[in-house]
Design a binder for this molecule. Sequence first.
Ligand SMILES: [Zn+2]
Length: 106
Amino acid sequence: MKNTNPSDKDLGIPEIPMKKAIIVKQGQIRKDTETTKFVLVECQICNKTINMPIPRKIIEESPLPVTDVTYIHGNPKHALTAQLDKDYAVRRRRASVIISEKDYEE
Ligand SMILES: [Zn+2]
């Protein structure tokens, strides 16, 4: 079906000014799948926005209205915990260092 409506450009209507865009490095954009939802979460350790994979099952099967999910990434590895609601909206996020038990084993 052809869209016959004139576009804003045709009508000389200026484009909507862009708000400060979330900058995602090329190649980082990942498409949602049937089993995984990708959410943008700011990581204070990387100092950038991370495309964090969320297995849908975790949110769907969570008995809680807001679920904590921790994503390990980066170099050196660190953790990014996001609190996600049932709509995958990030309610809170926090980045932290990882301490491994294996470094303290006798
Ligand atoms: Zn990070």
